[in-house]
Design a protein. Structure first.
Length: 179
């Protein structure tokens, strides 16, 4: 319930009158079939409880007329995707540094990251691309969370880390599926 309340506060801050604000449940979207040309989910699936991931993905497919695009941390049986490994390492670093949990990463681990093999079965024929090399992601996240360094993290990434970002093992994936 706290997340819905927090999100509704964010929605209330939107001042643009051309934006229609809708508060709903991702597992029961308040839209008719084929309502959007493309349904996009960015860094959300990893926060959905394991037993509801399939329902969430089915809802994206239902409301999309043409395409579904998803970006999320993921795991795979072949080790090409190792989101859980890198989330665990980041959370361990964060706990040592700040003496508390990083709530988003903890939720990833508690909800369970999606498996590439499951995503392939949910989105037959989808293009699945590895994104965010795990070591690069981990270095960037540590910099982003460190005071006085965070303001140059993006520049450091661009100059030194981005060249390795397209190499496995990956922290995340990009899924593109068409009806």
């Amino acid at each position: 319930m706290a997340r819905v309340f927090t999100f509704s506060l964010v929605l209330n801050k939107i001042k643009n009158q051309r934006v229609e604000k809708v508060l709903g449940d991702g597992c029961d979207l308040p839209f008719p079939d084929n309502f959007f040309d493309t349904a996009i989910s960015i860094d959300t699936l990893e926060h959905i409880p394991e037993n509801e991931k399939g329902i969430f993905c089915s809802e994206l497919k239902r409301v999309a007329k043409k395409y579904v695009i998803i970006h999320c941390p993921a795991d795979s049986f072949d080790g090409k995707f190792q989101g859980t490994n890198y989330d665990e390492r980041f959370l361990e670093w964060y706990r040592k540094r700040f003496r508390k949990d990083e709530e988003n990463t903890l939720e990833h681990l508690n909800s369970g990251l999606p498996k590439i093999e499951e995503l392939v079965s949910l989105f037959p024929g989808a293009s699945i691309i590895g994104k965010q090399n795990g070591e690069v992601w981990l270095k960037y996240m540590k910099q982003e969370m460190t005071p006085y360094i965070r303001f140059i993290a993006g520049l450091f990434y661009k100059l030194f880390l981005s060249k390795k970002d397209d190499l496995p093992p990956y922290h995340a994936c990009l899924i593109m599926w068409g009806k």
